[in-house]
Design a protein around this ligand. Structure first.
Ligand code: GDP
Length: 324
C-alpha cells in the first residue's frame, strides 16, 4: 500500500488508475485499503482546479474536453478527466467508455482519462468520484475536469465537488432559454455556448446575449466578482473562444482564492459530503440488513392493515434502529 501511495504521489498514471480501481471496489478489504491510501495521500495537501462540466448529450462535451484539455496540456498543465453518468449507474455502461471519445487527449502523457464508475446509487457514484478527484489531486494534476450529463441530481452533485461549475449549451432561439432550469442557471459559474461556428455563429451570438441578460437578472452572488457569472461563445471544433474561457475561469478562481471564498467553499463542501455519507450509510442499513428489511415490511403491512398509525410504527422502527 505504501508503494502504491508513493507511486501515485510521484504521478505514475498506471498507479493512479489502480488506485481509482481500489476506491471503486465494493469489497470490504479494498475499501479498507482505499481509506488508508486516501489518508496517506491527504497529507500531501495538493490541490487541483476542479472544474465541473455539464450539458445535455450532443451539446459537445467530449469535443470540448478534448480541445480544452489539449490546450491546457500544450500550456504545460496536467489534466485529469472524470465522468459522472447517472444512466451508467443503472445500466453499467459509461459515457467515456467509447474509445473514440477524446482520442488525442487520451494519448497525451500529461492527461488521465477515467470513465464513470458504474454503481447502484447516486450516493455511491458521488463517493467514488470525490475519491477519484482526491487521488488525481494527490497525483499532481493541475486541472480535474468532471463531466456530467445534464440531468437532475447529478449536476447538483458535481457542482458540490467542484471549484467551478460550467454549463455547456448549444446555440438556440430565445424560447429554448426557458428550458434551462433556474436552479442550474444559479449553479453555473459560467455558461459556454458551444458550436459558435459556421451557420450557427450568428445564433450563438444571440444566445450569448440572451443568457448574459438572464444571468444578470439572477441575484449577484457574494462569491462572484463584478461581471460574473458570464456567458461566452466557444467552438470546440474550431478551438475558438477556449483561451478566453480559460482566462475567465482563472480570473474567477484567483479572485475567490484572494477573497477566501475558495477555502470556505471547499470546507462547506467537505462538511456537506460528511453529512451526506452518514445519511447514505443510515439509509443503506434499511436495504442491506435482512432483519431490518423484514421488520420494515412487517410494520408497513401492519400500518396498511390499519393496525398502527404511520407515526407510531415509524417511531417504533426508529427506536429499534437505535438498538441495532
Ligand atoms: P457530447 O454528447 O456532449 O459529448 O457531444 P459530442 O462532443 O459527442 O458532440 C456531439 C456532436 O456535436 C458531434 O457530432 C460533434 O462533432 C458536434 N460538435 C461538438 N462541438 C462542436 C462545435 O464546436 N461546433 C460544431 N459545429 N459541432 C460540434
Amino acid at each position: 500500500m505504501d508503494d502504491l501511495a508513493e507511486k501515485v504521489a510521484a504521478g505514475d498514471r498506471r498507479a493512479l488508475a489502480r488506485a481509482v480501481t481500489l476506491v471503486e471496489s465494493t469489497r470490504p478489504e479494498h475499501q479498507e485499503q482505499a481509506l488508508a491510501l486516501l489518508e496517506a495521500l491527504r497529507k500531501l495537501d495538493r490541490q487541483a482546479l476542479r472544474i465541473g462540466l455539464s450539458g445535455t448529450p450532443g451539446v459537445g462535451k467530449s469535443t470540448f474536453i478534448e480541445a480544452f484539455g489539449m490546450m491546457l496540456v500544450e500550456a504545460g498543465l496536467r489534466v485529469a478527466v472524470l465522468a459522472v453518468d447517472p444512466s451508467s449507474a443503472r445500466s453499467g455502461g459509461s459515457i467515456l467508455g467509447d474509445k473514440t471519445r477524446m482520442d488525442r487527449l487520451s494519448r497525451e502523457k500529461a492527461a488521465f482519462i477515467r470513465p464513470s464508475p458504474s454503481s447502484a446509487t447516486l450516493g455511491g457514484v458521488a463517493k467514488r468520484t470525490r475519491e477519484a478527484v482526491a487521488l488525481c489531486e494527490a497525483a499532481g494534476y493541475d486541472v480535474v475536469l468532471i463531466e456530467t450529463v445534464g440531468v437532475g441530481q447529478s449536476e447538483t452533485m458535481v457542482a458540490q465537488m467542484c471549484d467551478l461549475f460550467i454549463l455547456l449549451l448549444a446555440p438556440a432561439g430565445g424560447d429554448e432559454l426557458q428550458g434551462v432550469k433556474r436552479g442550474i442557471m444559479e449553479m453555473a459559474d459560467m455558461i459556454l455556448i458551444n458550436k459558435a461556428d459556421g451557420d450557427l455563429k450568428a445564433t450563438a451570438t444571440r444566445t450569448v446575449a440572451d443568457y448574459s441578460g438572464a444571468l444578470r437578472l439572477l441575484r449577484k452572488r457574494p462569491y462572484d466578482p463584478e461581471g460574473f457569472p458570464k456567458a461566452l461563445a466557444v467552438s470546440a471544433v474550431e478551438g475558438s473562444g477556449l483561451e478566453a474561457a480559460w482566462s475567465e475561469m482563472q480570473a474567477l478562481a484567483d479572485w475567490r482564492k484572494e477573497q477566501g471564498h475558495w477555502d470556505r467553499t471547499r470546507a462547506a463542501q467537505a462538511a456537506h459530503w460528511f453529512e451526506q455519507e452518514v445519511r447514505d450509510g443510515l439509509l443503506s442499513r434499511l436495504t442491506r440488513d435482512a432483519e431490518i428489511k423484514a421488520q420494515m415490511r412487517e410494520s408497513a403491512e401492519a400500518v396498511a392493515r390499519g393496525e398502527a398509525t404511520a407515526t407510531a410504527a415509524a417511531q417504533e422502527m426508529l427506536k429499534r434502529l437505535g438498538q441495532v
